[in-house]
Design a protein around this ligand. Structure first.
Ligand code: FAD
Length: 504
């Protein structure tokens, strides 16, 4: 505690994770804590991470940050989901939208009825019954409101310039009393008996003492990994991609897609993220199958605009620290683990770690029970995302490269193998109840990548076929009507932020 009785929180790292944590702690815990954040200009931030998950809206809302101010500051666009190309097979496309498909009928999820109709009558694509998918296809956007079916009908996220988000939050957090220290940490001091971290020793010889240390130092994992030696659990047998080459380029003028694209490549996949002022591009690949030079050339060959920076190689390991909270150190962000950005989940993982930290925040001594709870909750989030990502690679008919052959034929984690078996025999998705990917997400990817179940819920056979056809046609017409009343995405953005950048 400091002399005013505040709990002294020290954060190492001023990337997205560090400043999200600082902003949330000062805003939510106010006078109970003092927050100091040490960041090093010498080291810098990872500076990628442009596509997000709908939960980020809650984060901003809870902090009272206005969406328009955030969008203008980070050059953001709206995101209704992710369009996957060349995953199930070359030439195929589907969208994982932030919305369900249709409405359950008599408690039976809509996709069971769709499966029946599709088998009997070749009805329209399941995406036609999703507002998010239909709006994305039409390049239209409006936030959910009563006319459009309200908050439950669909959700949305953002695509933003990763180098602008942390500075935006830094201003917010410092405005509420967080203290920023620009310095490089050279040494970490620990209590000889308990092993807790007691202070950071900085390059200029000064010390920053604290009660609770948050490791947001990125891939370096200065406190959790280097200092405490927390074990790393590798998932590279299932997720062999370990490199990315990033290369932003100019955005073609005109429409701005309200979605991220993930496009299968020869030895991985690439992202394409439209921002207000440019396109974010990057190729996530496995160095076991492709050299850095070859990946750079493959990406350069498909860029849609003029490159805005030299290609940048990023190296990573898929997996996580076995414990995200050890002693009095909590790892948040890349310091605690990494899963490739195919479903834009890293910033989401930062956010859930912050939420649980706030809920379990120790005003007195750290309790072992709280640590264990926190670690179990983080494990659970990581493992579910891991399985969902593996599904995208495994559910493929691609046989055009050694990389896809390996992914198609790999042995799955038991948890995923069981889910797939359940889907194949019954079209049921084991319920999670919580976490980022609920039933509609699994249905989107399973059907989108061509995994058709053998059977569906018996109750979907009950309605008379003509009645069912009529109900589905009405549902589709309703989706079309709602989407038809939305403005063009670029026009909506233009009205919101008045940005000249959009006109380019
Ligand atoms: P960093 O940004 O690396 O910040 C680390 C901080 O620690 C820096 O301020 C650094 O200076 C500081 N530091 C380190 N050592 C010291 C020291 N000794 N002394 C003082 N300071 C120190 N996430 C998504 O949600 N969506 C995406 O689309 C997405 N795409 C990605 C693509 C790639 C290729 C990669 C690699 C990641 C992607 N991510 C994505 C993840 C996302 O970038 C990160 O989760 C996010 O930026 C948080 O990073 P961080 O703050 O943990 O680390």
């Amino acid at each position: 505690m400091d002399e005013e009785g505040k709990r002294r929180v020290v954060i190492v790292g001023g990337g997205t994770a560090g400043w999200m944590t600082a902003a949330a702690l000062v805003h939510q815990l106010g006078p109970l804590v003092s927050v100091r954040l040490v960041e090093s200009a010498e080291i810098g931030i990872v500076g990628v991470g442009e596509a997000t998950f709908p939960h980020l809206r809650l984060f901003l809302r809870r902090l009272g940050i206005e969406e328009a101010a955030f969008m203008a500051a980070t050059h953001a666009t709206y995101k209704l989901g992710i369009v996957f190309n060349d995953f199930g097979a070359l030439g195929e496309e589907y969208m994982h939208g932030f919305a369900g498909f249709g409405e359950p009928v008599a408690g039976v999820p809509f996709h069971h009825y769709w499966l029946r109709m599709h088998r009997e009558a070749q009805g329209s694509a399941i995406g036609d019954y999703s507002i998010a998918v239909a709006a994305a296809r039409a390049r239209r956007f409006h936030p959910p409101c009563d006319d459009l079916g309200g908050e439950g009908a669909f959700s949305y996220a953002y695509q933003f310039d990763a180098t602008r988000f942390a500075p935006f939050l830094r201003d917010f957090a410092c405005g509420l009393g967080a203290e920023r220290i620009e310095a490089t940490v050279r040494h970490v001091a620990r209590d000889a008996e308990r092993g807790d971290v007691t202070a950071l020793e900085l390059a200029d010889g000064s010390r920053v003492e604290g009660d609770l240390f948050i490791d947001c130092s990125g891939f370096r994992s200065l406190l959790l990994g280097e200092t405490l030696g927390e074990d790393w659990e590798s998932w590279s047998d299932w997720l062999p991609c370990d490199r990315a080459v990033a290369m932003p380029c100019t955005r073609p003028p005109g429409e701005i897609e309200p979605f991220t694209r993930a496009i299968g490549m020869s030895s991985g996949w690439r992202w394409r993220i439209p921002l207000q002022h440019r396109l974010g591009n990057g190729y996530v690949f496995s160095s076991a199958y492709l050299s850095e030079d070859a990946a750079t050339a493959e990406l350069a060959g498909v860029l849609e605009g003029t490159p805005l920076a030299e290609p940048r190689i990023l190296k990573f390991r898929p997996g996580r620290r076995r414990r995200a909270w050890a002693h009095n150190v909590i790892g948040i962000g890349l310091a605690s683990g990494f899963l490739e950005p195919m479903e834009s989940t890293s910033i989401y993982l930062v956010q859930v770690a912050i939420d649980w930290l706030l809920e379990l925040f120790p005003l007195g001594a750290v309790e072992e029970g709280d640590r264990t709870t926190f670690n179990a909750l983080i494990d659970f989030e990581y493992a579910r995302i891991r399985d969902f990502l593996i599904l995208h690679y495994h559910a493929t008919r691609r046989d055009d490269s050694p990389f896809w052959n390996r992914m198609r034929t790999m042995e799955l984690p038991e948890s995923l193998a069981e889910r797939l078996a359940l889907w194949r025999r019954s079209a049921r998705v084991a319920h999670y109840g919580r976490g980022p990917f609920l039933e509609p997400s699994w249905v989107a990817v399973l059907l989108g990548q061509g995994i058709r179940p053998d059977a569906w819920d018996a109750r979907a056979q009950l309605p008379d076929r003509a009645r069912l056809e009529g109900a589905m046609a009405a549902l589709r017409a309703d989706v079309d009507r709602r989407v038809g009343s939305m403005p063009d995405h670029a026009a909506y953005l233009h009205d919101l932020i008045g940005g000249e950048a959009l006109d380019g």
